[in-house]
Ligand binder design. Structure first.
Ligand SMILES: *Cc1c(COP(=O)(O)O)cnc(C)c1O
Length: 403
């Protein structure tokens, strides 16, 4: 299977595309043309490598979790430590890449939207580092819930624009950011935070995040003398998973994406677009979407804010369609259990998002022989999640916070 040539005309099979107003079409084409040049530009690539290494902290370790491996008694479990990056998650890979691209295009103003605030913070960091002006749209409701990230963005010099329309959450912030971009497209780059949106964003973000999978490949070859048997990653919009999987697409390596199962698929309270959604159009792309019978976007639920998105990157829809990647879910409770387990066994508090992947990784590893190896991408660290974790009933009793 040779997928190197994708996307063709901005499509991954039937998915992807550019479902946008006419006014944005020219900007998307300009971005695509410029990106194709930057890809071949040695100076751009050297600058990107420099920032990845010296600013973001790459390469990240591929760590053998010996205690976790021993507990499950199967395949060796390796952790790809994106949690050790500047900012505490993989998001900086994409923020730095796109900010550098915008700067090279002569665009000095960056806009972004953020739900939980993590992408807003990564964007504010990248903009400060590269001397770009940064404005972040955030639902007023989300600003209330994520006050710490709002403060971080402000300290980093970004302007945070509260969005008061609709449900005052992520999808309203996306609409505001798109409106801003239509108006200011000549001076402004819209820095999208995952492998979502109209072409060429899913491709560009995947490429910047593919540094994860390329490192996994190189590090496995040097540590194991071969590729791992499986790679597992969590899927919100799908950027850390796409970056982990893409360099392995043409190989035999088993690839598993894990979505937020929330309170279980039958409860309807989840964010599993691939596992329980239907093809539809959202935010400028055709992809699997959580929607009702009338095609209205459903409300989502997950214990982890970073997975709480009703759509998914179109390339994942394609990989599901051609059965190259398996997609499954972990529930809120399973993710919390996995977070506690890794913390106790390895001294690493993973993000709740990553904990979904961890839960499935241990399940899969336990059924594999001990001479095999599996890599799970730890997309971020869990410091941001400790309040939510403490509120879970199973944790409150276990950690004695009731007493
Ligand atoms: C934002 C986030 C995610 C989800 O985003 P993807 O685009 O699916 O990678 C996962 N993990 C962490 C730590 C995040 O901050």
């Amino acid at each position: 299977m040779n997928l190197e040539s994708f996307p063709k005309h901005g499509r991954f099979g039937e998915f992807g595309g550019k479902y946008v107003p006419e006014t944005l079409n020219a900007a998307l084409t300009e971005l695509e043309d410029f990106y194709e040049k930057a890809k071949k530009d040695k100076r751009f690539q050297a600058r990107l490598r420099y920032l990845f290494a010296e600013y973001a902290g790459r390469p990240t370790p591929l760590y053998l979790a010996e205690n976790l491996t021993k507990k499950y008694g199967g395949a060796k479990i390796y952790l790809k430590r994106e949690d050790l990056l500047h900012g505490g998650a993989h998001k900086i890979n994409n923020a730095i890449g796109q900010a550098l691209l915008a700067k090279s295009m002569g665009k000095e103003r960056i806009i972004a939207e953020t739900g939980a605030g993590q992408h807003g913070v990564a964007t504010a960091m990248a903009c400060a580092a590269l001397g770009l002006k940064c404005e972040v749209y955030m639902g007023a409701e989300d600003m209330e819930r994520q006050r710490l990230n709002v403060v971080r963005m402000k300290i980093l010099g970004a302007r945070v624009n509260p969005v008061l329309s609709g449900t005052k959450t992520l999808k309203d912030a996306i609409n505001e950011a798109l409106r801003d971009w239509v108006t200011n497209v000549n001076t402004t780059h819209y820095l999208i935070g995952s492998v979502v949106g109209p072409h060429p964003f899913p491709m560009i973000v995947r490429d910047f995040q593919s540094v994860i999978g390329k490192e996994i490949k190189r590090q496995s070859l040097s540590k194991l003398g071969r590729l791992p048997e499986a790679v597992v990653a969590c899927v919100g919009g799908g950027s850390n998973a796409a970056g982990s999987f893409y360099p392995f697409i043409d190989s035999q390596v088993r690839l598993v994406g894990v979505e937020a199962g929330g309170l279980g698929l039958s409860s309807g309270k989840h964010a599993a677009s691939l596992s329980a959604g239907e093809p539809g159009v959202i935010h400028g792309m055709k992809t699997f979407v959580m929607q009702d019978a009338d095609g209205q976007i459903s409300t989502t639920h997950s214990v982890s804010a970073g997975l709480d998105y009703p759509g998914v990157g179109p390339e994942h829809s394609f990989w599901k369609d051609i059965k190259r990647v398996e997609y499954t879910i972990a529930t809120d409770g399973q993710a919390v259990d996995a977070l506690l387990e890794l913390s106790e066994l390895e001294g690493i508090i993973p993000a709740l998002e990553s904990s979904h992947a961890l839960y499935i990784a241990t399940t899969i590893a336990s059924k594999m022989p001990s001479r095999k190896s599996l890599v799970v991408t730890l997309s971020g660290r869990g410091d941001k999640d400790v309040d939510i974790v403490m509120q879970q009933p199973q944790v409150a009793s276990k950690l004695g916070t009731n007493s």
